[in-house]
Ligand binder design. Structure first.
Ligand code: ADP
Length: 756
């Protein structure tokens, strides 16, 4: 393949631009010619200047923009053969042999139809004399690779669709805002979110925001009198001290007979039964809009790179493929199988086979729904008479991580609902030693879902010497028989120490579980820790602003980010913000590296480059620190460019947790309670840490940590994201070859693309 095209089609989704950028630059890097087809299939049919060649700089500075710069459209004409024939004519005219299509299942099906019909279309064009027989023979196949751009997250073949995470950001922000006004007036609110056949946004935003009820298409409320049941729970919640009542309704929510549940219906039910002032808010298109989240930028980028690679590897007559993400890894699946499964859910909903609809949505979806049913209760379920009631203590440890409170809330409510007694430990292991332990009830954690920081208080105290005795006494005094540690490495280390002391202190022979909560994402047994997503978004927001501050001058920024000795935040923020260089402790920094960077910058700025962004992990190198790097570049940059440093500091740790961190915290907490229950039933209860591994939840025994964790550097020995390093470079630094080939043209400014 020599010439390929890219289009965005159907509803726009934040993150599409990052995908376009990745596809264009990867294609150029592989020496393909790449054409953007503007306005989706409309542009393919119109042809002319709607099909334009793209250069490196055509996609500079778009990572942070919502929507799609190449336009999207719905186009009924493409659904006709005549329309597709015209499209084929235009594609042939440009010699386009393969397409990367970003859109929903409709757009992707359309692309597949074009691929299937292609030989006939080409034969017809040849028969009509519009192309030569040689042309027809040379272009007998149209390769198709798709990516899902849809805020609904309703497609098979990928854990997340492009735009869904950003939409969740918009929705959760809105619900957070509404809940503060609702609480002030003790009002009820009904909020409609998008999702015609998919409850993902409604379910996850309810889970993340701590709203009180959710209505989704896949699982209608059971019982004929669901309105009464819902109002009874909301009423009990009020009597129990809740100040707001918020019901989230998916656009496509139905009752068990398949009748649509409208917001108006819910509003009336609330007003009549609760006699409450009830307002309806339909969020509408704000959900689609705005700057993409860090996750969406990175998701789109990874998929875009893989899409071009897959397109190049297609054999003649190969079926269409879908590029998706499963458990942090890019996966490739047959496109039409994914479309068929996606449609099967819609059919199941239409046929009111809701059990099947839920099964098809998968385990994560079902478990999240179960967690939600627990969290929205007004009271915990009463313990059954013959069950074992545990006394479970929850402690925070390490630096504060956004999402810690969400995890505590979910653990307390999850535990209480299973009949256990829950205790909060204040001030970390220090508090456990000093006996700062308090029994928690359902309302003790009310409103904690969205709070940043740590309400319990957290520090890096690790038990030593006499602490063990004091801790054992407190555990015995309170009868604690399970411990949940939510935090970073100091918490894990403290848990390991208690575990190691089991032989001396019988009190420690209880199940212990650690839940990863650290912005650094440097914990063993998990690919993602709670807090890292918030920190990443905080960094990316800051970098976006810093870049905008430099419009007028030639400037290079060195931005220092946290992470201790782990480069996760540095690398992922470089990927999401289009930084051209990232310095990691894992790779080290040598004088030779810096020399090379100076040369690149000088070369770039003397050829029209205006902005440089370099991201540095705080401990990338002790000697060549941020100030040293700044001074060196400034000195060597002479009068060509200025260099500014920006040490982002604690803004990275603060703020309210992102929806992903809240959801993750909740899911982890429920898993941890299950683990403690299971282990408590054993004669020798285990101690472990929970984590996301390959998209699933796993428990790693604490005894295995020494094999997995580099204690000196405080990071896992094997870090999955290290494989993404070449992509940062690929997308931010054009290879010199690209410019040499295009010498003399206005596209030839080395480093212009480095602006992102
Ligand atoms: P989405 O891609 O977001 O699901 P639509 O279903 O509206 O959005 O599809 C977007 C466009 O894709 C349509 O306007 C049409 O041009 C094209 N398309 C959709 N379905 C088909 C189909 N079955 N055959 C051909 N083209 C289609």
């Amino acid at each position: 393949m020599k010439r390929v095209g890219i289009l965005t089609s159907g509803g726009d989704a934040p993150g599409m631009n990052a995908a376009v950028r990745a596809v264009v630059r990867t294609a150029l890097e592989h020496e393909l010619e790449i054409f953007a087809i503007y306005e989706g299939y409309r542009g393919m049919i119109d042809g002319g200047d709607r099909i334009r060649p793209m250069q490196w700089n055509s996609v500079g500075g778009i990572l942070h923009q919502g929507g799609t710069i190449i336009g999207s459209a719905r186009c009924t004409e493409f659904q006709t053969r005549e329309g597709r024939l015209q499209a084929a004519r235009n594609l042939m005219a440009h010699g386009i042999e393969g397409l990367v299509v970003i859109g929903g299942d409709g757009s992707l099906t359309g692309a597949n139809t074009l691929r299937e019909e292609w030989p006939e279309l080409v034969a017809q064009l040849a028969a009509e004399g519009q192309i030569t027989p040689e042309q027809a023979q040379a272009h007998a196949f149209m390769g198709i690779v798709g990516m899902v751009g849809s805020i609904d997250n309703d497609m098979f073949g990928t854990d997340m669709t492009i735009g869904a995470d950003t939409a969740l950001h918009r929705i959760t922000n809105a619900i957070d805002a509404i809940s503060s006004t609702a609480a002030s007036h003790q009002r009820a609110f009904v909020i409609e979110v998008m999702g015609r056949n998919a409850g993902y946004l409604a379910l996850m935003s309810t889970l993340a925001s701590g709203a009180d009820w959710a209505l989704i298409p896949e699982s209608p409320p059971d019982g004929d009198e669901w309105e009464a049941q819902m109002c009874a729970v909301l009423d009990e919640g009020r009597q129990n001290g809740r100040r707001d009542s918020i019901v989230i309704v998916a656009e496509g929510a139905v009752d068990k007979f398949g009748n649509r549940i409208t917001c108006e219906h819910v509003r009336k039910a609330l007003e009549e039964r609760l006699q409450e002032d009830t307002r309806v808010t339909i969020l509408g298109h704000v959900q689609r809009g705005g700057s993409p989240s860090a996750f969406d930028r990175n998701l789109s980028t990874l998929l875009g790179v893989a899409a071009v690679e897959k397109l190049m590897a297609l054999e003649v007559d190969s079926p269409a493929y879908l590029i998706g993400l499963k458990g942090n890894r890019v996966v490739v699946s047959p496109l039409m199988e994914c479309v068929a499964q996606t449609r099967a859910v819609n059919e199941a909903i239409q046929q009111r086979d809701f059990k099947r609809a839920m099964t098809l949505r998968g385990r994560n979806f079902q478990e999240s729904f179960e967690a939600l049913r627990t969290l929205v209760r007004a009271h915990p379920r009463l313990p059954s008479p013959n069950q074992r009631r545990l006394k479970i203590a929850v402690v925070n440890s390490g630096a504060p991580a956004p999402g810690m409170n969400t995890a505590v809330r979910a653990a307390v409510r999850g535990g209480l609902n299973k009949g256990h007694q829950m205790f909060g430990v204040y001030n970390g292991f220090q508090g456990l030693r000093n006996g700062e332990i308090q029994e928690f009830d359902w309302m003790s954690v009310n409103g904690w879902a969205l709070m940043g920081g740590s309400e319990l208080g957290t520090n890096r105290k690790r038990p030593e010497n006499g602490d063990f005795y004091a801790i054992a006494r407190n555990i015995e005094d309170h009868g604690i028989d399970g411990l949940l540690v939510i935090g970073g490495w100091s918490g894990y280390d403290a848990a390991c120490k208690l575990y190691a002391q089991r032989q001396f202190f019988p009190a420690f022979r209880m199940p212990i579980v650690c839940l990863p909560a650290s912005i650094n994402n440097n914990l063993p047994g998990s690919e993602l820790s709670v807090g890292a997503d918030t920190a990443l978004n905080n960094i990316v927001d800051a970098v976006d602003k810093i870049k905008q501050s430099a419009v007028a001058s030639r400037r290079c920024f060195i931005i220092e980010v946290m992470g201790r000795y782990c480069g996760y935040l540095a690398l992922m923020s470089a990927l999401a913000s289009g930084a051209e260089r990232v310095y990691l402790n894992e790779e080290g920094v040598t004088l030779r590296d810096l020399q090379r960077d100076v040369d690149l910058l000088v070369e770039g700025f003397s050829h029209g480059k205006r902005l440089g962004v370099m991201i540095r992990n705080e401990n990338a190198n002790k000697v060549y620190d941020t100030e040293f790097t700044r001074a060196l570049l400034e000195e060597e940059g002479d009068n060509l460019f200025e260099v500014r440093q920006s040490i982002l500091g604690h803004l990275q740790q603060g703020g309210i947790p992102t929806p992903f961190d809240r959801i993750q915290a909740t899911r982890y907490a429920f898993k941890c309670i299950e683990y403690l229950e299971e282990q408590a039933a054993l004669s020798k209860p285990g101690a472990a840490c929970v984590g996301m591994v390959h998209g699933g939840y796993e428990f790693t025994p604490l005894s295995r940590i020494p094999d997995l964790f580099d204690e000196e550097m405080q990071r896992p020995i094997d870090q999955w994201w290290m494989d993404l390093r070449p992509i940062v470079k690929l997308l931010a630094q054009p290879s010199p070859r690209y410019f040499v080939e295009r010498e003399g043209g206005e596209v030839g400014m080395i480093g212009e693309g480095m602006t992102g």
